[in-house]
Design a protein around this ligand. Structure first.
Ligand code: C2O
Length: 534
């Protein structure tokens, strides 16, 4: 294994999209940022130098960070931010993982433009469990605002209401021609007849789950969130912010140009950016026609398309060789996820939208939780996050009389190597909505999913303990639930939150604190000397 060195200069860069220009925060002047390449077992050192006026931190989304929580990146959770003019070296080893992940800023709304792919190749000599593609291409989906993204969220925080939606989606940084701006370019996916391509698709958008499809070309899904799945073929994939999906696509049609489309999925009555991003799959050589073959994206509320896709995801395991799912459960947890409304004297509206887990809207601390945990600094957090909702109301359907939530920096404590089952239940407060929940520090098995209220007596009987998909980000369906299991084998403080940035901002987040074990390899490593100070 090797040591890979990267340097991320975080700089402003004037960028033109949708026929207008603005300065954006970038890594090395690129949007999306550079792809980080490594191999399983490699050690990666990324020196991040902050040349902008914002506080900064970068998260390596999906990297397990075994015992190296200091390199995980969420600001005020595992580190204090890198202040303007300062730098920090993220130093971590990739253990037992290979596939596609992403890195992104993990503070404010900087993730909108500060993100890029992570490609982890298998160990030398280890093949993929599917035929080797002729070529691999990273495809990053994103969102673009014409106005300054920090201004968008600051404005919403002041009013207490919802922020403006984005103006377009992007594929590798480009929306493709849209109404009012027909001339701009689109990402071009160049292919050769009869070759097979592996697209490493990443959803780096802030606030939207996306459908992705290519005209006439079926997609064979082989991996999600850097774990292999039983291959299946589909014309449309669903991908939530923070998720990654590898698909194989073969250029076997008549040589021409085919539309690639990324469009929103949201089955809640909330405002979404309904502009489809387009790219062109372009055969090399003489084309049979110059017209681009079009495709119609699913409507934004196409729940059956989303559900179908989600239900097809299975790990490579089988009844005979089952996945390593914990069977004996130490912590059986039930968390509601959803929105709420709290009074707000400083807000224009007099109240503000909040978001909660188990009726607690999370308050960000002033110093990093991991530091407070490791150095026993009291008064930063409490470890009384409720394992079940304190007010057991309205999981779905009816609205409560009172939308208020509690606030606090509450964590849930797990013993080293204890096992966890967590049922995440959408509450339908204000409105049922799909929430892509991301857990730092672990992969989890998705053992069950359903619509309506979770029934603790009957639903566990149908849990899939043989070949559940393993991932780091899972959509809790609108008005429904999903059940995950994992083993707390990574000491540290691990953030869990909705990966819709607006919901995270509103407080849909919490953290687990996993204590050190007794063995020498079971505790958090000492912090690096350049760890930023608050
Ligand atoms: Cu990709 Cu805590 O985030």
């Amino acid at each position: 294994c090797r040591i890979r060195h990267y340097k991320f200069n975080v700089v402003l860069k004037n960028t033109t999209r949708l026929c207008s220009s603005k300065p954006i925060v970038t890594v090395n002047g690129h949007f999306p940022g550079p792809t980080l390449y490594a191999r399983e077992d490699d050690t990666v050192l990324v020196k991040v130098v902050n040349h902008v006026q914002y506080n900064l931190s970068i998260h390596w989304h999906g990297i397990r960070q075994l015992r190296t929580g200091w390199a995980d990146g969420p600001a005020y959770i595992t580190q204090c931010p890198i202040q303007p003019g300062q730098q920090y070296v993220y130093n971590f080893t990739i253990t037992g993982q290979r596939g596609t992940l992403l890195w992104h800023a993990h503070i404010l709304w900087l993730r909108a433009t500060v993100h890029g792919g992570i490609v982890i190749l298998p160990k030398l000599g280890v093949p993929y469990p599917f035929p080797k593609p002729d070529k691999e291409v990273v495809v990053i989906l994103g969102e673009w605002w014409k106005s300054d993204v920090e201004a968008v969220i600051n404005q919403a925080t002041k009013s207490g209401g919802a922020p403006n939606i984005s103006d377009a989606h992007t594929i590798n940084g480009h929306p493709g021609p849209v109404k009012n701006c027909l001339s701009q370019g689109a990402f071009r996916l160049a292919v050769e007849q009869s070759k097979t391509y592996m697209l490493r698709i990443i959803n780096a958008a802030l606030n939207e789950e996306l459908f992705f499809k290519i005209a006439d070309h079926p997609l064979t899904v082989v991996e999600v969130d850097a774990t292999y799945v039983k291959p299946f073929t589909t014309d449309t994939i669903l991908i939530a912010p923070g998720q990654t999906t590898n698909v194989l696509v073969t250029a076997s049609l008549s040589p021409g140009k085919y539309l690639v489309a990324a469009s929103p999925f949201n089955d809640a009555p909330v405002a979404v950016d309904n502009v489809t991003a387009t790219a062109i799959l372009h055969y090399s050589g003489p084309l049979s026609t110059t017209a681009t073959k079009l495709t119609a994206p699913p409507p934004k509320n196409a729940t059956p398309v989303a559900t179908n896709f989600t239900n097809l995801l299975r790990s490579l395991n089988s009844k005979q060789f089952p996945a390593n799912v914990p069977l004996k459960i130490d912590h059986s947890l039930f968390f509601t996820v959803g929105l709420g409304v709290n009074p707000c004297s400083t807000c224009v509206n007099g109240s503000r939208v909040v978001a909660q887990m188990n009726n607690v809207s999370f308050v960000m601390p002033k110093i990093a939780l991991l530091q407070a945990h490791v150095f026993n600094i009291s008064g930063v957090f409490t470890d009384d996050f409720p394992g079940n909702p304190l007010i057991a109301y309205n999981y779905t359907g009816t609205q409560p009389k009172n939308f208020n939530t509690m606030t606090g920096t509450r964590l849930y404590r797990l013993a080293y190597n204890s096992t966890v089952q967590l049922v995440l239940q959408d509450t339908g407060m204000i409105t049922p909505e799909n929430h892509p929940i991301h857990l730092h520090g672990f992969n989890f098995f998705v053992v069950g999913r359903g619509i309506g209220n979770f029934n603790p007596k009957t639903d566990p009987k149908s849990f899939n303990l043989d070949d559940p998909v393993e991932r780091n980000t899972i959509g809790v369906p609108s008005g429904g639930w999903t059940a995950i299991r994992f083993t707390a084998d990574n000491p540290g403080v691990w953030f869990m939150h909705c990966h819709l940035e607006v919901h995270t901002t509103w407080g849909l987040k919490m953290a687990f604190v996993v204590d050190n074990g007794k063995g020498p390899d079971e505790s958090v490593l000492p912090p690096p000397s350049d760890l930023p100070k608050c």
